[in-house]
Design a protein around this ligand. Structure first.
Ligand code: CDP
Length: 234
């Protein structure tokens, strides 16, 4: 017996579509979506707000951990959201400064323990679809289903830019974003690990609907839970 509810783990590198896919899969199954990266981002945003980016090289684990205490992780409709000092902070989390510094924060072992504890707690009260990089290996090594999403860096850059700019990006913009993604892949490499029992899905040539359908089908097979909705409704 385990002291938790059902867990579906979706891991993969930057901009591989983990979060949006996890969100849709969760909605289809009536599970809650948990974005573990949002907690690393919230701790980084709290630290930036406290000290600014000027001396970011000097941040210690103690400083960032102290800032992280201002973050709470609360259930809302179908998801868990990080709050900073009790207030929503979603737009700050996606900003360039947070994205620039988050990988270094994510290297701090006690920060990882703090995130893992908050993430594990969500599954005590809800069935969850959790996305991240080490969910199937470290956070929930006994998850009922593990998926590892990969895609070609150029395609990941193109998708991330469409999401950010809400228009078709130019080739130059995609090239610059591909560079940034490849750099972040390198910085995140040690914690981005495919579990030996994870199912690998390359989404380069799949539509989001197709990848959601595949994971929902796999999830239904392992959890024997019915579909809450008949189709992906975006
Ligand atoms: O969505 P995207 O791939 O851009 O990143 P994210 O999921 O928001 O995660 C932001 C950062 O948090 C990553 O670049 C990693 O450094 C870190 N992270 C991690 O180390 N472990 C996780 N389980 C999730 C995120």
């Amino acid at each position: 017996m385990t002291d938790r509810n059902v867990v579906i783990a979706i891991d993969g590198p930057a901009a591989s579509g983990k979060s949006s896919t996890a969100q849709w899969v969760a909605r289809r199954l009536g599970f809650h979506h948990v974005d573990s990266g949002s907690l690393y981002r919230a701790a980084t945003a709290a630290q930036l707000e406290h000290q600014g980016a000027g001396d970011a090289e000097q941040w210690t684990e103690e400083m960032v951990l102290a800032s992280a205490q201002r973050v709470s992780f609360v259930p809302a409709e179908g998801t868990f959201s990080p709050l900073l000092d009790g207030a929503p902070c979603e737009s700050a989390l996606r900003g360039i400064e947070v994205t620039k510094h988050v990988s270094r924060v994510a290297k701090m072992p006690r920060l990882r323990d703090w995130v893992n504890e908050l993430v594990r707690r969500t599954a005590k009260s809800r069935d969850v679809v959790v996305d991240g990089r080490d969910i199937g290996t470290v956070v929930f090594p006994d998850a009922e289903l593990k998926v590892f999403l990969v895609a070609d860096p150029w395609e990941r850059a193109r998708r991330r830019l469409i999401q950010r700019l809400d228009r078709h990006p130019t080739e130059d913009e995609i090239a610059a974003e591909t560079d940034a993604i490849v750099h972040r892949d390198a910085r995140d490499a040690t914690q981005t690990v495919q579990a030996t029992d994870a199912i690998l899905i390359d989404t380069t040539y799949l539509t989001q609907e197709e990848q959601v359908e595949r994971i929902v089908a796999l999830a239904k097979a392992v959890t024997r839970r019915p579909d809450k909705t008949s189709a992906v409704d975006g």
